[in-house]
Design a protein around this ligand. Structure first.
Ligand code: AGP
Length: 610
């Protein structure tokens, strides 16, 4: 989604802001812009369609100077991607960038037009600029103007504003979209994501919902939604954790796939003993809360939703607790009935996904036993607003296609399943021991799965001229087939559908012919014989089968069956293990197709709007 970076400094900030925008590219965008003033209030604005580099070349050529500025990458919501719609937007003296959506923009726009304002763009953002301008003209104070306008906005926003005749300060405000202030020496910065500022400072202040901050090069004054001056904690970043280089890898996605053994290890470390899952790692009250749980409601989006679907199989078979899983954008707009003693569980890499966050806020008003989130970003809104939090320690995930965040969510979920089962006395010591042993062994198994990279790269050639594909699985491997199809779709743009293999004959079999690659996740488990029948159904229709199996299943290759046979692993962890070759397959197909692997078209890393 959109990205913001801003600075108030004594030095020229154009390069700093552009580097910040480049660091935000992973979030997804279609245009970029920058506005800068120097100490004599000479003002310039540049906006370009396409990559930040195009804007950077332009800015360099013009040799833009000035120590106060705002910059933005836009991911179109209202109005097509175009230079006119790109931020910063201007209204007389006001320059403004915005992340989020203003839901009542139409009514505000009509009102402003009546007052004589002319609109240059189709965006909801321009409405905020004119609204603030009208108040600014009346009151003469930019801060007061922002404070007066904020209650008129419905929707979500992170905004940064300055007066183009006054280089001494910028104003930032947030509601529903994150804003972080970076503290420098005699200079200060603002961004929508800490990552944009890591080349400038290690000290950060995270604004809270409803905060408005006035920032000069020396001072930061934060006011809460009641207008009171407040102190927000200053936090030091952990440079090791925040590192975001590709290293020897060609793409962040590739790096993140290969980081999974370490990410999984980091996620279990200190939370598993040799024999047990340590329940207090879910919080000091976890044991007492878990013992009361009678139902689990999981809510998430995209890949995180697929992790939830996998966990449903585990919750009901291992901890013997019923579990529903729902897409957040559906959950938040339907009438749902909270069953007694239900744990409301959100899953999210970013912790800022608008629909998931909205679902959590809704759940907090209902009669749930407790809200919990499994999340990868410690300082996210979801983490701040949940009663119980379990952090996955995947490290920063830059590739839009989620990889290590998914497998670490799964390992976290399997630990949660075990803990709840144990606290409810539904799961015996022997089962817990076998889960814990399997979890300890998992990082090493993932290392082994990664050694199949070259073999999978060869296999990817089968997708070269394909438009469509099917992914099949059964049991807990069915959501993994869904995740595999999602990965292929999002980075290679090949249409991919996942089906529970038993469902094939109820319709999708009609699609199968020699042009249709059918990928089957087929490890050795109780459902293998059933799956074999489904495989025969495809084979009989001339489908091009690609089997991901293990060495104990003895499938025979032939000209229509390609096989990747991994070492056998305990079936409890097979969903996590088989995810890895699926990620490698999607990655290699995308390389063949020549797509933008880390920033696939139309997609954003954190979907902070509805
Ligand atoms: C995954 O590859 C996606 N890009 C996307 O589906 C993502 O999982 C979804 O937007 C949810 O994000 P979250 O985990 O940050 O909430």
């Amino acid at each position: 989604m959109c990205g913001i970076i801003a600075a108030v400094a004594k030095r020229d900030v154009a390069d700093i802001l552009l580097e910040g925008l480049q660091r935000l590219e992973y979030r997804g965008y279609d245009s970029a812009g920058i506005a800068i003033i120097d100490s004599e209030a000479n003002f310039t604005r540049h906006r370009r369609l396409g990559k930040v580099q195009i804007l950077a070349d332009d800015v360099k050529e013009q040799n833009i100077k000035g120590g106060t500025g705002i910059a933005h990458t836009r991911w179109a919501t209202h109005g097509v991607p175009s230079e006119n719609n790109a931020h910063p937007h201007l209204s007389r003296q006001i320059a403004l960038v915005h992340n989020g959506i203003i839901e009542n923009h139409q009514a505000l726009r009509e009102d402003l037009i009546k007052k004589g304002y002319l609109f240059e763009s189709e965006t909801d953002t321009e409405v905020i600029a004119h609204l603030i301008d009208a108040e600014f003209e009346r009151s003469g104070s930019l801060f007061d103007a922002v404070q007066t306008c904020i209650p008129k906005l419905k929707g979500s926003y992170a905004i940064v504003i300055f007066d183009i005749t006054d280089p001494s300060r910028i104003i930032a405000a947030r509601s529903g979209s994150p804003i972080v202030v970076g503290l420098g020496n005699g200079e200060n910065f603002v961004a929508s994501d800490q990552l944009a500022l890591l080349h400038l400072t290690q000290r950060f202040m995270f604004l809270e919902e409803g905060d408005i901050a006035e920032i000069t090069d020396k001072e930061i004054h934060v006011f809460n939604n009641l207008g009171d001056l407040v102190q927000r904690e200053i936090q030091e970043s952990n440079p090791e954790q925040d590192i975001c280089e590709k290293g020897p890898f060609r793409h962040f996605m590739q790096k993140e796939i290969f980081e999974q053994p370490k990410a999984l290890l980091n996620t279990i470390q200190g939370r598993l003993s040799e024999t047990q899952v340590i329940t207090p790692s879910f919080g000091t009250d976890a044991a007492s809360i878990f013992s009361k749980i009678e139902h689990i409601q999981i809510v998430a989006c995209g890949t995180s939703y697929n992790a939830g679907l996998t966990a449903k199989y585990w919750f009901e078979s291992l901890s013997r607790v019923s579990c529903d899983v729902e897409i957040a954008s559906e959950f938040r707009y339907r009438h749902f009935i909270a069953r007694p003693n239900t744990l409301f569980l959100t899953l999210s890499q970013s912790g800022e996904t608008a629909d998931t966050l909205a679902a959590l806020r809704l759940a907090k008003e209902k009669d749930f036993l407790c809200t919990m989130s499994i999340c990868n970003v410690a300082r996210s809104s979801l983490v701040r607003e949940s009663d119980i939090v379990f952090l996955t320690h995947a490290g920063r995930e830059i590739g839009v296609a989620s990889t290590k965040a998914f497998t670490t969510q799964l390992i976290a979920l399997l630990m949660l399943v075990t803990s709840i089962g144990k606290e409810k006395k539904h799961l015996d010591d022997k089962t817990e021991l076998s889960i814990v042993q399997a979890l300890h062994a998992l990082p090493q198994h993932i290392e082994e799965a990664l050694t199949f990279d070259k073999e999978i790269e060869k296999l990817a050639k089968n997708f070269t001229n394909k438009q469509h594909s099917l992914f099949l699985g059964r049991g807990a491997l069915y959501p993994i087939a869904m995740e595999a199809a999602l990965k292929l779709k999002e980075i290679s743009y090949i249409h991919a559908e996942a089906y529970a293999a038993g469902e094939l004959k109820h319709g999708p079999l009609a699609l199968v012919d020699a042009q249709m690659p059918v990928v089957v996740i087929a490890p050795n488990n109780d459902l293998l014989d059933k799956l074999k029948s489904n495989i025969e159904e495809v084979r009989a229709r001339g489908g091009e089968l690609i089997l991901f199996t293990d060495k104990t299943t003895a499938f025979q290759k032939d000209k229509n069956i390609k096989i990747i046979a991994l070492p056998y692993v305990n079936e409890l962890i097979a969903p996590i293990y088989f995810t890895v070759p699926m990620q490698l397959l999607a990655y290699h197909v995308a390389l063949i197709k020549g797509t933008d692997v880390d920033q696939p078209r139309n997609l954003a890393k954190a979907v902070t709007v509805e």
